[in-house]
Design a protein around this ligand. Structure first.
Ligand code: FMN
Length: 338
């Protein structure tokens, strides 16, 4: 069994700006890229289920670069003992926070009795949080919805959150729409139920000690800054994937006294190119490494050509990092200026 690396705990874990856990998207390469854009953001792993972790290969699932820190491990599960064991593993591997997923509505997840359907079992969620908290020293947090199916009253959410808080959870990430457990796909469950930001604002007013991080549909600096008037943090999901440069803008706007974001997308590309070279030497396929950067020039002329070049060339030239520079040349803006 490979040795567990010991990354020092992060000195600066803040939830003011978070990048959402996204299965198949926010892997370690994506997080490395996001870290280049937003030095102060808290980054989340994809959800890993307790079953996959306890019976899988923790080295493959948990390894990450210290440059990604602070980074949170998101777990899916509903067995307190298994969650405690996985939380311990996460802490050993150097994660700065362990997060429990109580928001995923997929059928597979429901069959395993975890994710969003756990909102119907607040007692069990509290047991899980308590067991995780007892197992680790790093913070244990929860990411949840405002409700499921017909359980969508503010009062239900408030009581649910109160039980989480009593179980030692001091940070709550709220995807501010409910989930329909039957009839909608996970994708539809991210668009169809309406966003109700006021639930998050009310929670913050009712639980002033609780750190409330708002998630769902936040795609601009103005929107993030507005929500931060009433919440402690914002979590960005799809917008960070579609338009990663937003993270750099958020870094500068939300942390005026913090480390600045890189001034140019081209700088980020240069750093990431070096990272790709290191990763290629370790056998990571290039067509996997390019995925998080496809949106880097979002909204600029030549954006489509940039993307097409990367997507078409990476599978054909799997160890040739020069395709990044070639693709950049298709953006009709002088290199080193954007
Ligand atoms: C491709 C994809 C995968 C996702 N995987 C997860 C996940 O593993 N865990 C989780 O809590 N949420 C997951 N989500 C939901 C996001 O974390 C977030 O709550 C949701 O996209 C709403 O935020 P947004 O409007 O900023 O995208 C996923 C979303 C997407 C688009």
């Amino acid at each position: 069994m490979p040795a567990v690396p010991t990354h020092a705990p992060s000195a600066s874990l803040t939830h003011r700006l978070c990048v959402a856990p996204m299965l198949d998207w926010t892997d370690r390469h994506c997080r490395y890229f996001h870290r280049l854009l937003a030095p102060s953001a808290c980054l989340y792993s994809e959800m890993i289920t307790t079953g996959a972790l306890l019976h899988g290969q923790p080295a493959r699932q948990l390894a990450f670069s210290p440059a990604e820190k602070p980074v949170a491990l998101q777990l899916g599960g509903s067995d307190p003992e298994a969650l405690a064991a996985c939380a311990r593993l996460g802490e050993q591997w150097g994660y700065d926070e362990i997060n429990l997923n109580v928001g995923c509505p997929s059928d597979r997840v429901q069959q395993g009795r975890f994710g969003a359907c756990l909102m119907k079992e607040p007692g069990l969620v509290a047991d899980c949080l308590r067991a995780m908290n007892e197992a680790v020293h790093v913070p244990v947090t929860i990411k949840t919805r405002i409700g499921v199916d017909d359980m969508e009253s503010y009062e239900y959410l408030r009581d649910f959150v109160q039980q989480c808080q009593h179980a030692g959870c001091s940070t709550l990430i709220l995807h501010a729409r409910k989930a329909w457990l039957n009839g909608l796909s996970p994708k539809q469950n991210r668009t169809v139920p309406p966003l109700k930001y006021d639930y998050a604002y009310r929670l913050k007013a009712d639980f002033p000690q609780l750190e409330v991080v708002l998630n769902g549909g936040i795609d601009s600096v103005a929107a993030a800054s507005g929500h931060l008037q009433q919440t402690d943090g914002v979590m960005i999901g799809r917008a960070a994937w579609n338009n990663p440069w937003l993270l750099a803008e958020l870094q500068n706007a939300l942390f005026p006294d913090g480390p600045p974001a890189p001034a140019l997308r081209d700088e980020v590309l240069e750093y990431y190119g070096r990272y790709c070279q290191e990763q290629l030497a370790r056998g990571t396929p290039l067509n996997w490494l390019i995925r998080p950067i496809l949106g880097l020039y979002h909204g600029l002329p030549g954006n489509r050509l940039w993307k097409n070049h990367l997507v078409s060339q990476a599978p054909r030239r799997p160890d040739d990092v020069t395709i990044l520079d070639e693709a950049r040349q298709l953006i009709p803006i002088a290199p080193g200026t954007v």
